[in-house]
Design a protein around this ligand. Structure first.
Ligand SMILES: Cc1cc2nc3c(=O)[nH]c(=O)nc-3n(C[C@H](O)[C@H](O)[C@H](O)COP(=O)(O)OP(=O)(O)OC[C@H]3O[C@@H](n4cnc5c(N)ncnc54)[C@H](O)[C@@H]3O)c2cc1C
Ligand code: SF4
Length: 502
């Protein structure tokens, strides 16, 4: 029985972040661990609602009120078990999820303060490690069936763990030199230290999952070979095709890059330094992977842009501007537009924003300006309005509003256009749809028999929590396809969308 007055006695509180002047001198996570007292207090705020809307907000269907109450009463071992019943990797979502569960929490009604669900989640996940490590589950009797998982992001890894725990022989193929998908080199260490991935991989390996990194499926191994060696194939290759702006004058100048080119390279430098090995200091075109002393302009308003901002601060940028096409969102939910419990359009400030830089809203780049040598020296922007007409986005520049912002490094973080076109797709006879994603039938199979798809590759660029949910659901479908005994949990179907009012 929860404390019925908990939310009346305690306000919502989060642990303090590490001080800005300290944290921008290193790459460690921004949040230190919260004390047990704070977490138990915050878990006490949960009302154990008759209809827990937090469940509907979370694609994994996490049993949030159950583990809130277990934390409140100090039942950490049971909380660890309850959390892992629905989520393979709570240490990732607890750190990185934007928490649609909190947007749907009943305590958030009428602009009030929801339970700090995500913080409770990460503390339970860390308690699992502190209380004896991520113990592998016993390896079950082999089914004699084998599955190839292509891509080692959260979708592929979640599916691999579910399938291995059902007795199937699972091999994860990853073209990168290290496993983890975007969690490895896309997301910087100050959001997710890589030891969290490594300890999870050790658990999966102990449960029988085989890993083959440095293997580009479709190039190093053909799809035909894969199909000959395995009874089913899961494609979890992500949505890594970056959107570009080739029509903007000056796009070809030196110093104008896709954000992911800079971000991934910078994160690789951090990884190499941590392992005491050398790393390239420049991109293949000779551009330094360093913002030190440079004026950085980041174009875009999402996760990638915020991560570039945090990286630029830690690299010692002279100044950073972050440009957004859209007007500044409101601070609070607009109940007309996004009624509770849907995900609201509000101003989201990441820890990187309190570290510095200037956000400029409702502007569009008109030109990347040449310094006369082929290197960018500024971006020329104009104030704009954006409207949707017949589903198309119309951007109109306001006459006389143009100005220049100094820039010697410009990072394009303007989204992704789905999964990359690559030989693997052609070999499997799988095509991308109009959004650049790969469609799934209701049983998660693509147009190819025995070839399944999950995560960003199916959904388009999305979130870790959706990738894990889709990985779990695709694993359940593969298990059924292989004639496995019983059923595995399937938290979502391929058509499932986030809670929406329209
Ligand atoms: C910079 C950035 C920051 C983000 N921050 C957050 C955040 O804070 N919170 C959040 O919830 N989400 C965040 N996201 C989104 C999140 O990372 C993705 O939604 C999630 O990683 C998708 O998981 P996935 O398993 O589908 O694919 P991915 O993580 O993209 O993994 C796909 C893997 O497939 C591999 N692959 C592709 N083709 C082949 C092939 N032919 N052979 C072998 N391997 C192949 C790729 O190398 C890659 O490792 C962020 C995304 C970016 C880009
Ligand atoms: S909606 Fe909020 S208060 Fe209600 S059960 Fe979920 S976390 Fe607790």
């Amino acid at each position: 029985m929860p404390d019925p007055n908990g939310f009346l006695r305690y306000d919502r509180r989060l642990p303090a972040r590490r001080p800005v002047p300290v944290r921008i001198t290193d790459w460690r996570e921004v949040y230190p661990p919260a004390g047990e007292e704070l977490i138990r207090e915050q878990a006490t705020r949960c009302m154990d609602c008759g209809i827990p809307f937090c469940h509907d907000g979370c694609p994994l269907g996490n049993r949030i009120p159950d583990w809130n109450d277990l934390v409140r009463t100090g039942g950490w071992d049971a909380a660890v078990e309850s959390l892992h019943a629905t989520n393979n990797f709570p240490e990732f979502t607890g750190r990185l999820c934007p928490a649609p569960c909190e947007a749907a929490c009943v305590l958030g009604l009428g602009g009030q303060q929801p339970v700090t669900i995500k913080q409770v989640e990460v503390e339970i996940a860390d308690a699992a490690v502190a209380r004896g490590g991520l113990r592998p589950q016993p390896v079950p009797a082999p089914t004699g069936r084998s599955v190839a998982v292509v891509g080692s992001g959260p979708a592929g890894l979640a599916a691999a763990q579910q399938l291995a725990r059902a007795g199937h022989a699972v091999t994860v193929y990853e073209r990168d030199d290290a496993l983890g998908g975007l969690l490895r080199y896309g997301i910087p260490d100050f959001k997710l230290e890589k030891r969290h991935i490594d300890q999870r991989l050790a658990q999966l390996a102990a449960e029988g999952v085989r890993f083959r990194s440095g293997v580009d499926v479709g190039v190093d191994v053909t799809a035909e070979q894969l199909r000959a060696e395995h009874d089913a194939v899961l494609l979890a290759c992500g949505a890594l095709q970056g959107r570009d702006t080739p029509e903007t004058p000056g796009r070809a100048l030196r110093g104008v890059h896709q954000a992911m080119a800079h971000l991934v390279a910078a994160n690789r430098v951090v990884a190499a330094a941590g392992e005491g090995r050398p790393a390239p200091a420049t991109l293949p075109d000779g551009t330094p992977i360093d913002a030190a002393g440079r004026h950085v302009v980041i174009i875009g308003g999402g996760d990638t842009a915020a991560d570039c901002l945090g990286v630029a601060h830690r690299q010692g940028a002279a100044g950073v501007h972050q440009l957004d096409l859209y007007p500044e969102p409101p601070a609070d939910r607009d109940a007309e537009r996004d009624p509770w419990p849907t995900w609201p359009w509000v101003l989201r400030s990441y820890p990187a924003h309190e570290e510095g830089g200037e956000r400029v809203f409702a502007v569009a780049v008109q030109e990347f300006v040449d310094d006369g040598t082929g290197q960018v020296r500024a971006v020329r922007i104009a104030e704009v309005t954006v409207e949707k007409v017949n589903g198309r986005r119309i951007v109109t520049a306001l006459p006389g509003s143009e100005r220049e912002i100094p820039a010697d490094l410009v990072l394009l973080a303007i989204g992704f256009e789905g999964t990359e076109e690559q030989p693997l797709l052609g070999q499997l006879g799988v095509t991308r749809n109009g959004r650049g994603a790969v469609d799934a039938r209701p049983d998660w199979q693509t147009s190819g028999d025995g070839v399944f798809v999950a995560g960003d590759m199916h959904r388009g660029a999305s979130l870790i929590v959706w990738a894990i949910a889709e990985g779990r659901a695709a694993a359940a479908a593969i298990h059924a396809y292989l004639g496995g005994a019983g059923t595995l949990p399937a938290p979502v179907d391929p058509a499932r969308q986030p809670l929406a009012a329209r």
